[in-house]
Write a protein that binds this ligand. Structure first.
Ligand code: GTP
Ligand code: MG
Length: 197
């Protein structure tokens, strides 16, 4: 897979040219976002992972196969940030989802072990109202017993209040699962976009 890091930008102004479809990875801090991006891109270290939450602070753009951008956004809901920072993040997500000058689709990441938090629900509402295509990626499923997984997936879907048509990808970066399914959703959307051009 051909992947190039393009740029880091603190806000929308720094988004790269040319305009191509963007696939954003968004989720709670420490939900396994950077790990899933690395798994998805089949790279071990292109997105920085850490045991400490709050590592990603910018919009990071990666160009994939010269066809689309993968966008790594800061994780939300990190307990140790100020109210100010929280408001800034919400503003950033709102502007990012509100921008209509580029085709955008979103992977909303949720840690499969936990019931979605208040921030997860809040972000999902923004996403559902944005009109952009989105999918849910449940992360770290290797940490949930196989007999418990369906129950956890249902709890995520119900708590977020998303419709049954929304694609749902169970993933684990540790055990390397979910990549093929995510890629095929990306491919289908890009093809639809290229055909409409
Ligand atoms: P921030 O950028 O700091 O908000 O975190 P993030 O959402 O990018 O999470 P990151 O990928 O850095 O992973 C956070 C922690 O979860 C790390 O200790 C990872 O090793 C662990 N982790 C991530 N994905 C998986 C997974 O699929 N399975 C397991 N067991 N652990 C995972
Ligand atoms: Mg990260």
């Amino acid at each position: 897979m051909d992947v190039r890091f393009i740029t880091s930008s603190p806000d929308l102004k720094g988004r790269p040219e040319p305009i191509l479809p963007e696939f954003a990875f968004i989720g709670r801090s420490n939900c396994g976002k950077s790990s899933l991006i690395n798994h998805f891109l089949d790279r071990s270290k292109i997105a920085k992972t850490s045991g400490k939450p709050g590592k990603t602070r910018l919009l990071n753009y990666f160009l994939v196969e010269e066809r689309y951008y993968l966008v790594d956004l800061p994780g939300y809901g990190f307990a140790k940030v100020s109210k100010d920072m929280r408001a800034q993040w919400k503003g950033l997500f709102t502007r990012f989802l509100g921008a209509e000058d580029r085709p955008l689709a979103v992977f909303h990441l949720l840690d499969a072990r936990h019931k979605p938090s208040k921030e997860d629900v809040e972000f999902s509402k923004l996403l559902q109202n944005s009109g952009h295509p989105f999918a849910i990626a449940a992360t770290k499923i290797d940490k949930v017993g196989t007999n418990k997984r369906l129950e956890h997936y249902e709890e995520i879907i119900e708590t977020l209040g998303v419709s049954a048509e929304i694609p749902f990808f169970p993933t684990t970066s540790a055990k390397r699962q979910g990549r093929v399914e995510m890629l095929s959703w990306v491919d289908a959307l890009i093809q639809a976009y290229e055909e409409a051009e």
